[in-house]
Design a protein around this ligand. Structure first.
Ligand SMILES: NC(=O)c1ccc[n+]([C@@H]2O[C@H](COP(=O)([O-])OP(=O)(O)OC[C@H]3O[C@@H](n4cnc5c(N)ncnc54)[C@H](O)[C@@H]3O)[C@@H](O)[C@H]2O)c1
Length: 258
C-alpha cells in the first residue's frame, strides 16, 4: 500500500519549533507524513512539542552557534538516515526606535534572524543535496517589504532573509534543493504578545489599540496553521517548480496604502 501524504517519510528539521509558528509547522509537516526534528534553544519547549508527535525527536540548538547547527544536522542524519526539508524558523522580536538602539541590541536581533538563517541554510542544504534533493522554506515577514518603524533590525533582517533565499535558490538549484520564503503578516504568537505593550506605548495607543490597528490593516491576526499550510506547500513536490519565490500571507496588509 502506498502512503499518499504529500511528504511521506521525508525528514524535516524546524528551528525555533518549541512554540508559535515553528510548533505549528512541525505538527503540519508530521501530519503530512514527514519524520520531524523539533529544534529549539529551549529544549524543554522542544520536548513538549516532540512528545505530542509520533516518532519526533527534540534537539537543542541555538541557531547563532555554528557548532550547534552542525550537530543538529549530524544528529538528524544519524537518527533518521537523511535530511530532506529544513525550515529556519527561529526568530526574535523587540520594539525600539533606531535613536535609542545600541549596537548590541541591533546585533542581538540580526544574529538570530539573519545569521541564524544563513547558518541553517549553510549546513542543511548540503545534507539535503546529499539525500537526493528537497526543500528549504525560510520565514521572512511582510516587514521585509517596507519600512517598519520601531523594529528596524527585525525588518532589515527579514528583508535580508528574503534576498538570501533568492541567492540560495540559485546556488543550490542544480543540487536539487529548492529554497522559498513565506512572508507572513502579524500572527498572535508570543513574539507579538511581548511586543504589543511596547508598540502601544511608542505609538500612543490605548491598551488594545494595537489589536485594533491590526484588525484594520489585516482584517484579523493570521494563525500559525495558516503559515504552516504555506510552508507545507513549499516543502512538498506540489511546488516542484518554485524556487527563489516568496509567498505573502497578510490579509491584504501590504496590498493597500489605506
Ligand atoms: N508572529 C508573527 O507575527 C510573525 C510574522 C512574520 C514572521 N514571523 C517569524 O516567524 C518565526 C517564528 O516566530 P513566532 O511568532 O513563532 O515566535 P515565538 O517567539 O512564538 O517563537 C520563537 C521560538 O524560537 C526560539 N528561539 C529564539 N531564539 C532562538 C535561537 N537563538 N535558536 C533557536 N531557537 C530560538 C524560541 O525559544 C521560541 O520557541 C520568526 O522567525 C518570526 O520572525 C513571525
Amino acid at each position: 500500500m502506498t502512503n499518499s501524504t504529500p511528504i511521506a517519510d521525508r525528514v524535516a528539521v524546524v528551528t525555533g519549533a518549541g512554540a508559535g509558528l515553528g510548533a505549528a509547522i512541525v505538527r503540519r509537516l508530521a501530519a503530512d507524513g514527514a519524520r520531524v526534528v523539533v529544534s529549539d534553544i529551549d529544549i524543554d519547549a522542544a520536548r513538549g512539542v516532540a512528545d505530542t508527535i509520533d516518532g519526533a525527536i527534540a534537539v537543542e540548538a541555538d541557531v547563532t552557534d555554528e557548532n550547534q547547527i552542525k550537530a543538529l544536522v549530524e544528529q538528524t542524519v544519524d537518527h533518521f538516515g537523511a535530511l530532506h526539508i529544513a525550515v529556519p524558523n527561529a526568530g526574535v522580536g523587540g520594539v525600539q526606535p533606531i535613536a535609542e538602539m545600541s549596537y548590541a541590541d541591533w546585533r542581538r536581533t540580526t544574529a538570530v534572524n539573519l545569521d541564524g538563517v544563513f547558518l541553517t541554510i549553510r549546513h542543511t542544504a548540503p545534507a539535503i543535496a546529499a539525500a537526493g534533493g528537497g526543500s528549504i522554506v525560510t520565514i521572512s515577514s511582510i516587514t521585509a517589504t517596507a519600512g517598519s518603524p520601531l523594529i528596524a533590525p527585525y525588518a532589515a533582517s527579514k528583508a535580508a532573509v528574503r534576498n538570501l533565499t533568492e541567492t540560495a535558490a540559485t546556488e543550490f538549484r542544480d543540487h536539487g534543493v529548492r529554497v522559498n520564503a513565506v512572508l507572513p503578516g502579524f500572527i498572535d504568537t508570543e513574539l507579538v504578545t511581548a511586543a504589543r505593550p511596547d508598540f502601544e506605548a511608542a505609538l500612543g495607543l490605548e491598551p488594545g489599540g494595537f489589536d485594533e490597528l491590526m484588525a484594520a490593516k489585516q482584517g484579523r491576526y493570521g494563525t500559525p496553521d495558516e503559515v504552516a499550510a504555506a510552508v507545507a506547500f513549499f516543502a512538498s513536490d506540489e511546488s516542484s517548480w518554485c524556487t527563489g519565490s516568496s509567498l505573502v500571507l497578510d490579509g491584504g496588509l501590504a496590498a493597500s496604502l489605506f
